[in-house]
Design a protein around this ligand. Structure first.
Ligand code: ATP
Ligand code: PAU
Length: 306
């Protein structure tokens, strides 16, 4: 079975042609001004890939709103604001957070000025205390390490338009849930849910997070490239965040480059690569859009569900 037969395949050149029908554009000045808007993403990448993508999602959201209005009129019900929910899945270190933050910024610039909120499923990991009790500290990111019931309830409530939904927060610095900290989601126009597990289904559940998605994206790349990005990020963190005594990985700050390489490769192989193969990559074919990156993070091919 060809897993891609359900998709329109487009290469970078074909996709980037779409930017000519994609308003509003963004100037170099605005791009430079909005630091943090793009992390390490190049202006070219935003112009060629992410502007048409924002436009494409805007189109999907508008169509969903129109359909909702038509249904409400037909049913003689008052129409309500229903958030358009987008899931972003993919491996650890493939660039989900970066893609999610950029899309959040671009979508909120669309002419209808939607309120776009972004949450990550990291906040639904069990706290380390629970993971330790259950012997799951080396299974962080695997399905059993998440409070999936709580995650489902939260997405369901947001999709139902309930106000002030509380999303727990995870800190990569302390490598744990931050007790007493929360993000409040107040009935946004668009909600982006980013996380390795957002397209997962389990045999024992009857409802899945993706049942509440209107659109979904899988960020894909060659496993060897993702491993390299993971190790590069680890090395970068060794020189920055790990230096902070509050960091769970503070002990890694004093590693030599070779030792850090070895440690990061070990964590990748023992935890994240296993999870990618067993639980994350098998969900790729459930996404409405697959973004396929090349070795330098540039998107080379896109697969859009027919
Ligand atoms: N488009 C891009 N261009 C250049 N670098 C990028 C791009 N996207 C991500 N990166 C880099 O790749 C690394 C991983 O990115 P990011 O943190 O967004 O991944 P993630 O999938 O959210 O990871 P995790 O699941 O571990 O939180 C980071 O060092 C980031 O700066
Ligand atoms: C929090 C997750 C699971 C997902 O973002 C990931 O970043 C993680 O911590 N994985 C466990 C192994 C590691 O430390 O990379």
């Amino acid at each position: 079975m060809d897993p891609y037969s359900l998709y329109f395949e487009m290469n970078r050149a074909e996709w980037s042609e779409l930017r000519y029908s994609s308003t509003p554009s963004i100037s170099r000045e605005e791009f430079d001004r909005r630091k943090g808007f793009h992390d390490r993403i190049s202006f070219q990448e935003v112009e060629d890939i992410y502007l048409p993508l924002s436009r494409f999602i805007h189109l999907q959201a508008s169509a969903a709103r129109q359909l909702h209005e038509a249904s409400a009129t037909f049913l003689q019900h008052k129409r309500e604001k229903v958030p358009f929910v987008i899931g972003i899945a993919g491996s650890v270190a493939v660039g989900k957070s970066t893609t999610a933050r950029l899309l959040q910024a671009l979508l909120s610039r669309e002419p209808w000025r939607p309120q776009v909120d972004l949450i990550t499923t990291d906040g639904f990991l069990f706290p380390n205390r629970v993971l330790e009790e259950r012997g799951l500290m080396k299974r962080k990111g695997f399905p059993e390490s998440y409070d999936t019931k709580k995650l489902l309830q939260c997405i369901r409530d947001i999709k139902a338009g309930k106000p002030d939904i509380v999303v727990p927060q995870y800190s990569h610095l302390s490598y744990d849930i931050v007790e007493g900290e929360a993000q409040l989601v107040h009935n946004p126009d668009i909600l982006i849910v980013e996380g390795i597990n957002v397209l997962q289904v389990t045999r024992d559940a009857k409802v899945f997070v993706s049942d509440f998605f209107d659109f979904s994206i899988y960020v894909d790349a060659d496993e060897r490239d993702i491993e390299r990005w993971y190790v590069e990020r680890f090395l970068m963190l060794r020189d920055t965040a790990f230096r902070n005594p509050q960091s769970y990985f503070h002990r890694y700050a004093s590693l030599s480059e070779d030792e850090a390489n070895h440690t990061a490769t070990g964590i990748w192989k023992e935890i994240n690569a296993l999870n990618l193969r067993e639980n994350i990559r098998p969900t790729k074919g459930r996404a409405k859009l697959i973004l396929r990156k090349g070795p330098d993070h540039a998107i080379e091919r896109l697969f859009v569900r027919k």
